[in-house]
Design a protein around this ligand. Structure first.
Ligand SMILES: C=C(O[C@@H]1C=C(C(=O)O)C=C[C@H]1O)C(=O)O
Length: 245
């Protein structure tokens, strides 16, 4: 069995749909985890393949990006935000999301290089996401952000801000193995992913509706699952900025 750790959020449903409908399914021990844990499992060799935050690639001794599919966005992603009670230029404390690796680092890169601010980082805030301090903001990713945009005065979509900063799309998570896998396995895996991405309407019909959030728009347009050349360029640039943090 090949051990998989994949993101437990709605953004991953098309990939799961592809896997569930693939003959490969029987060869895979499939676990869904929050993204930071997917990364940890690959680092500790508790999984062989992960849909992992790209920020964590820098922590792997050996890695192979095994797919031209990813979790990415070209412009607004609609599920990765900094929520704030004050304008970003006035933020003094930034609470990071314990489930994230990429977006936490993306927020730090943008704060340093784009917004030119240097707030205090808070890693496991006791009042995470619930601070009433005016100058405290927080990073949040995934389904927990659905419908939350309306609740904050200042909301920054980090894929959109990255696009303003660099003119590039962004890659949040990629399919990575920590050891070399057989070529035919990788080929079948990518066929399964393609099948899932081609059947987003079927994925949507299996999902319960989400009040105040347009799942159809999210899966069809906000997310962009193709790891194309522009996204690879963005990934290299992001890693470069991360190293300079
Ligand atoms: C777009 C998203 O991409 C994700 C963000 C990640 C991160 O910040 O580490 C990791 C995996 C993806 O699930 C999201 O979760 O909303």
């Amino acid at each position: 069995m090949i051990r998989f750790s994949v993101v437990s959020y709605t953004n991953t449903k098309p990939f799961l749909y592809g896997l569930e409908n693939s003959p490969l399914r029987e060869k895979i021990d499939l676990k869904v985890d929050y993204p930071a844990l997917c990364a940890q499992k690959l680092i500790e060799d508790k999984a062989d393949v992960g849909l992992i935050p790209v920020a964590a690639i820098l922590k792997l001794e050996e890695y192979h990006i095994i797919s031209d599919y990813c979790i990415g966005a070209t412009g607004k992603v609609n599920s990765v935000f900094v929520f704030s009670n004050c304008p970003i230029e006035e933020v003094e404390f930034i609470q990071l999301d314990p489930e994230s690796r990429s977006s936490n680092n993306l927020a730090l890169v943008l704060m340093k290089n784009f917004w030119k601010i240097n707030p205090v980082k808070i890693i496991n805030a006791e009042d995470y996401g619930a601070s009433i301090q005016e100058h405290t903001a927080f990073v949040q990713i995934g389904d927990r952000t659905f419908g939350k945009k309306q609740q904050f005065k200042y909301v920054y979509d980090l894929a959109e801000e990255w696009m303003k900063f660099t003119g590039l799309p962004f890659v949040f998570a990629a399919w990575v193995s920590n050891k070399k896998l057989p070529d035919d396995f990788i080929k079948e895996l990518n066929e399964a992913f393609k099948y899932g991405i081609d059947h987003i309407d079927d994925v949507l019909s299996d999902l319960p509706p989400y009040e105040g959030f347009d799942l159809r728009q999210y899966l069809h347009s906000d997310l962009d699952f193709h790891l194309n050349d522009k996204k690879k360029e963005a990934l290299a640039l992001f890693h470069q900025y991360m190293k300079e943090l």
